[in-house]
Design a protein around this ligand. Sequence first.
Ligand code: HEC
Ligand code: HEC
Ligand code: HEC
Ligand code: HEC
Ligand code: HEC
Length: 184
Amino acid sequence: MIKRLFDWLKQPLGLIAVGIVALAVFSVAVYGIYLTQQPPEQPIDFPHRTHIAFGIQCLYCHPGSTRGPASGLPSQAKCWGCHQQIAKTQTSALLAPLKQAVESNTPIQWVPVAQVPDFVQYNHRAHIAAGKNCEDCHGDLSNQTIYKNPQVFNMGWCLDCHVETAGNDQEKLIKLTDCGTCHY
Ligand code: HEC
Ligand code: HEC
Ligand code: HEC
Ligand code: HEC
Ligand code: HEC
């Protein structure tokens, strides 16, 4: 039975069947990778572009970046401080979940997107202090709604910039590429 199947697979029709199956598996894999690159659904379709165009600084909503490892997300109290004074807040369907969260005093559950695994030590403060801008790593948000990563945050990405940062400075190169700098 198995042998007859293999014989059939070697025939032209069998080869086509193998090709179709291989193509289907490949497409599913590519689609899987595509999906992991898509931003997840957020509880509020938060428009970064509207807020940036309004002149609100990244640091107003993500103030941790200059202080320590994490940038942090704004609390709903911070959203509300502004939105309770904005007429549109009463009528906008996009803002209904914010109103509801404030009224029921339940925190908005944002889904993390910019993330590295726990065994990696990343610190915003060191990068901001060294003169890096948010855009260098998070891309241009002035045309985006909810955040999505402009690239995969893997080890190669960190190391590429660290090697470039060190340039000809051997001591810096050793420090910025040492395993213990990011894993301890
Ligand atoms: C400093 C003021 C300010 C803060 C803080 C702020 N917003 Fe806004 N937001 C605005 C302004 C201004 C608009 C544009 C309103 C308009 O179009 O009339 C806006 C628009 C929006 C819209 C689009 C509404 C629509 O119908 O188009 C959403 C959704 C929204 N904000 C959510 C939030 C959330 C969630 C937070 C907190 C994480 C937040 N905002 C914090 C000022 C602010
Ligand atoms: C009015 C407040 C506000 C401003 C201004 C703002 N953000 Fe955000 N940001 C949010 C909220 C709310 C979220 C969560 C929803 C989402 O993922 O888009 C978020 C998400 C993010 C995330 C992903 C967080 C995670 O947990 O994965 C990054 C990165 C980010 N913002 C960067 C920026 C940068 C860079 C700027 C300036 C160009 C900026 N933001 C301006 C409110 C703001
Ligand atoms: C050198 C690259 C780099 C720069 C510059 C940078 N970030 Fe990040 N950001 C990251 C990485 C990597 C993570 C994931 C960190 C983690 O999982 O611990 C992250 C995570 C975040 C998050 C979500 C998790 C958290 O820390 O709360 C926010 C929000 C954020 N960044 C905002 C900003 C803002 C705002 C700026 C500019 C002031 C900025 N970042 C500058 C690389 C960068
Ligand atoms: C866009 C460039 C860039 C990217 C991307 C980047 N870094 Fe850095 N990193 C720097 C610079 C610049 C410094 C400061 C170098 C110095 O001391 O002059 C630095 C320093 C560090 C330090 C040392 C901090 C200290 O206390 O001295 C650590 C740890 C670090 N980065 C981790 C990471 C990790 C983890 C990633 C990836 C998730 C990453 N970096 C991605 C540019 C980058
Ligand atoms: C500049 C920061 C940085 C340095 C230096 C660094 N790593 Fe990493 N490493 C990362 C990040 C970010 C990840 C998680 C993302 C990924 O899997 O690529 C990671 C993941 C890993 C993993 C898990 C891989 C996996 O597929 O899950 C191993 C193992 C590892 N690193 C070993 C090392 C060793 C060994 C060194 C020294 C030669 C080193 N790292 C230096 C940032 C760094």
